[in-house]
Design a protein around this ligand. Structure first.
Ligand SMILES: [Zn+2]
Length: 295
């Protein structure tokens, strides 16, 4: 349920009528300020961002003043995991995930890591899991090299995840089928999400057939193929994200922020031919299912 209602909504709610859409007349009865308040009071969750990034410091500091917007903030290494947990302590709209992203293997300082160093990384994550609401982002990505080390770290973290019930977010560029295959070797009870899904319709079907979630980001605003994937999705298993502060040069100058999630949800509503209100309600129900712990 949204925090604020237009006067026309209030009347219908009081009389037990289901609210559909304000009429032109009802819009005339309220000022622009009321409309703006109604818009910002919609509940929505950016299912994947990186609030630890320096460019989002101002956004994170102000988030507690934004009604209705929650952010799942993902980590890529031990430092970002610590930072995301710290940010979540000052704002209850921030949902911290901890993890080791395959991108760390493209860093020059990590070009020759020993198995002891890799173990030390995952031991740090094991310590932090108790303060987190999820594990992410983890995964495999050939772009970053050192596939053997990527697989080693992924295995260590999935073993940790077996004794936990918090949800997992996967980075799966070009590796969706491989990750699905790997997952069958572990006894995982928690919910799983493939973020910024950009694979094939066949892969999308395999993920949703297993009851796992996919999130879609700003690329659905400019890519017909990505918009087509949204249309083919099981709508009970989709989430929206920004992956901010990622830059999307074709739609915005400079780094993005989680505010972009409203545009993504609006486009998703357009693709699925439902109202923006109904889209936000559906997405919040989905994110609630995803974050639910499986005891
Ligand atoms: Zn990310």
């Amino acid at each position: 349920m949204h925090g604020l209602r237009l006067p026309c909504q209030e009347k219908r709610v009081q009389s037990g009528q289901k609210f559909n859409r304000p009429t032109k007349d009802s819009f005339r009865k309220v000022g622009l300020e009321d409309l703006a308040l109604c818009l910002i009071s919609l509940r929505i969750t950016d299912a994947h961002a990186h609030l630890n990034e320096f460019t989002l410091t101002g956004f994170s500091a102000g988030l507690r003043h934004v009604d209705g917007l929650s952010v799942i903030t993902n980590s890529v290494d031990v430092d970002s995991s610590l930072r995301n947990i710290e940010i979540s302590r000052s704002c209850n709209m921030v949902i911290p995930f901890v993890g080791i992203h395959p991108e760390i293997f493209a860093r020059p300082e990590n070009s020759n890591m020993s198995s002891e160093q890799l173990d030390s990384l995952t031991e740090h994550i094991a310590d932090l899991i108790k303060d987190a609401k999820g594990i992410g982002e983890i995964g495999l990505d050939p772009k970053y090299g050192q596939m053997e080390n990527q697989e080693y770290v992924l295995d260590r973290i999935l073993l940790l995840a077996e004794s936990s019930v918090i949800p997992i977010t996967f980075h799966c560029r070009e590796t969706t089928l491989e990750i699905l295959d790997v997952l069958s070797s572990y006894n995982l009870r928690q919910n799983i999400m493939f973020h910024w899904f950009a694979g094939s319709e066949m892969e999308l079907g395999k993920i949703h057939d297993r009851g796992m979630f996919t999130s879609f980001g700003p690329s659905i605003l400019f890519s017909k193929r990505m918009a087509g994937l949204v249309g083919s999705s099981n709508r009970g298993l989709v989430l929206v994200e920004t992956d901010s502060p990622t830059t999307f040069q074709s739609i915005i100058n400079g780094p993005s922020s989680p505010f972009l999630v409203y545009s993504v949800a609006f486009k998703m509503a357009f693709i699925l031919k439902i109202t923006f209100n109904d889209m936000c309600d559906l997405l919040e129900a989905n994110v609630g299912k995803y974050l639910a712990t499986q005891d």
